[in-house]
Design a binder for this molecule. Structure first.
Ligand SMILES: Nc1ncnc2c1ncn2[C@@H]1O[C@H](COP(=O)(O)OP(=O)(O)OP(=O)(O)O)[C@@H](O)[C@H]1O
Length: 275
């Protein structure tokens, strides 16, 4: 486990350069490395000076209370929102040069589901990275789309309009779209939010398969009860990084209390049955 040793918020944010001792070899050993990430929507930082290192072929949970900056962290890592400072590396290379290696599943609530498009088109676009090349779809693309939908149990819905899906079905389709991208690194923002137990099981099975294939999975995750079962690595955030490391040694009662500002009931932590 690494404890946060960042300075207080008042101090200047790191400029995101590779830290001392942070060799190219060390960066290349990780699937995702974030250095000195600070984001501000106004004068107050939403995430401050975060260093994080996601091991290859890991399942990493990002946990923290509402408003801790978890979604902001993911979006700023991807460059969807501007960083005040900081850098991100994928397999040791600047993230900006590695976009083909990343699949991102945004929060379901942030997507316009009224957009008139079919399930199969959403997934097929994953293969073209939104380049609008639907005219060039070949049988191999169609087959891959159906394979990905099959993997998430949604093949029967291929011709449905996306606006006619339930929340859990929408989440599965977005996961199928990510699968179609053939990425090495999957970043998912609350993939289990508002889904039923069957969909949750379907999604976690696919994510565990990805890990078994050597892919890396990072999820913003709210359900503390499933962290030890689903994930092997954890990043605990509350604007600043509180801790990161293997779940077994990092996801502890004291670290949870620090992450949640002492607002978790002791009984709640006891129920997690942590070592
Ligand atoms: N577009 C925005 N403009 C201004 N403030 C924002 C914006 N998006 C998020 N914030 C603020 O930044 C902070 C972090 O938000 P963020 O959504 O990243 O948190 P989160 O940890 O993902 O929260 P939750 O668990 O509720 O989804 C919050 O205080 C939020 O109100």
């Amino acid at each position: 486990m690494t404890m946060n040793t960042q300075p207080a918020l008042e101090l200047a944010a790191s400029d995101g350069r590779i830290a001392d001792g942070d060799t190219n070899t060390a960066l290349a050993a990780s699937a995702l490395a974030v250095r000195g990430l600070t984001v501000s929507y106004g004068t107050k930082p939403a995430v401050f000076s975060i260093d994080a290192t996601v091991p290859k072929a890991s399942m990493t949970a990002i946990v923290g209370p509402n408003g801790a900056g978890k979604s902001t962290f993911l979006k700023a890592v991807l460059g969807i929102i501007p960083r005040l400072s900081g850098s991100a590396y994928v397999d040791g290379k600047p993230l900006e040069t590695m976009r083909q290696a990343i699949a991102y599943v945004p929060q379901r609530a942030s997507v316009d589901w009224d957009f008139p498009t079919r399930v199969r088109d959403v997934v097929t676009m994953g293969q073209f990275r939104g380049l609008g090349l639907l005219g060039f779809i070949r049988p191999a693309h169609r087959k891959k789309t159906l394979d990905c939908l099959e993997r998430v149990g949604m093949a029967d819905f291929a011709d449905r309009q996306i606006g006619q899906l339930s929340g859990g079905q929408q989440q599965r389709v977005f996961l199928a779209r990510a699968l179609a991208q053939d990425a090495g690194l999957y970043l998912l923002d609350e993939p289990f939010a508002g889904v039923d137990a069957a969909t949750e099981k379907a999604i976690i099975d696919v994510l565990k398969d990805l890990k078994a294939e050597g892919k890396t999975v990072v999820c913003v995750h709210h359900d503390l009860a499933t962290v030890t079962d689903y994930f092997d690595h954890v990043l605990m955030l509350n604007i600043r990084k509180i801790a990161e490391g293997p779940v077994a040694t990092t996801f502890t009662g004291p670290m949870l209390q620090e992450t949640y500002g002492g607002r978790l009931a002791t009984t709640h932590i006891d129920q997690l049955k942590l070592d």
